[in-house]
Design a protein around this ligand. Sequence first.
Ligand code: SAH
Ligand code: SF4
Length: 384
Amino acid sequence: MGLASHGEWFSPPQASAGERKNLIGLDREELAAEMKTFGLEPFRARQLWHAIYHRGQRDFRAMTTIAKPVQERLAEAYVLEVPQVVEEHVSSDGSRKWLMRMVDGHEVETVFIPDEDRGAICISSQVGCTLRCTFCHTGTQDLVRNLSSAEIVGQVMAARDALGEWPGQPSENQRQMTNIVLMGMGEPLFNFDNVSKALHIIMDGEGISISKRRITLSTSGVVPMIGRCGAELGVNLAISLHATNDEVRSRIMPINRKYPIASLMAACKAYPGLSNARRITFEYLMLKGINDSTSDALALVKLLSGIPAKVNLLPFNAWPGSPYEPSDEATMHRFADLLMSAGFASPIRTPRGRDIMAACGQLRSQSLRARQEHHHEDEDHTHG
Ligand code: SAH
Ligand code: SF4
């Protein structure tokens, strides 16, 4: 899939010469190598890792485990920079949406959805998305770039800041952020290297320490990358399926023309570590008159047979100008019942955070939209 073929494609910002380098987003080996070049012993790199990812510290001069002169030198050479929260919206149901600004001025949205005994943050992997599924608001955004590993892990860190859940902070002992879902803006398997590096940092037991069992990566079906996702990351997999035949799926999800349903299902069957306790989640967006008939439900049952699977039925969230309508409630229940009687757990997901447009598939930066309106007058997209 040609990434540059739709809209604009550009790379994450790199610190220019003379600027202080961001240490966030380096994996353990890279941090150790960087510190070696800087003249510090390996155990110093480990102390630094702990201060950054376990304690959540951003100020070298406050790192009491590190000698004063070393603190000074580090502060002169490096920064610890995460995206800046520029807006916070809190829903009446407790979910929150943060607009996070990157150093180059681009913005992504990160959402926190609390539940009784757990809570998930939904993070973004790209600014915008190249794939242009016809039901998705993110895919209508023109500007697209990959997020760096720093920007991906930084969303988790900024969320932990906002929730006050680092050691010594008020909510440390009742952490609500227990799970991570990659279901925000972008296609994570189109940015595999940075997503992989960020997830390894997040999963590291001496740092943020959220295990692979509590992380779910959602993909529109980038078939060639699904095996690596399982083998190298081992996280839970969610597939945005949304249709049961290639004709409909290609119409609403252009990626299906490249990787049709049969190839997607074969990749799912081969996903490592599947069992009844560890299933693939199939997301199925209910679009009125498009994919919500009884024969669709039966076709779905047939497609999933032999795969340890659960189905999430998603009510379509309409956005201004969206070309579809949500299925009727009765239709959704009938669909769910059919799946249920075939043995598939298939809850209808109640949309959370509707009042703040926090639901998946609605994420699209408002200020980027404003910027886009000036897009043609302004050839330089690196706004500060
Ligand atoms: N690009 C990946 C990750 C984003 S996940 C993927 O597509 O899987 C975002 C989830 O929200 C996907 O399941 C997507 O299909 C769904 N979604 C997109 N637009 C939506 C809408 N308008 N209403 C409800 N869900 C939507
Ligand atoms: Fe991209 Fe996923 Fe939206 Fe499709 S549903 S446009 S793949 S973010």
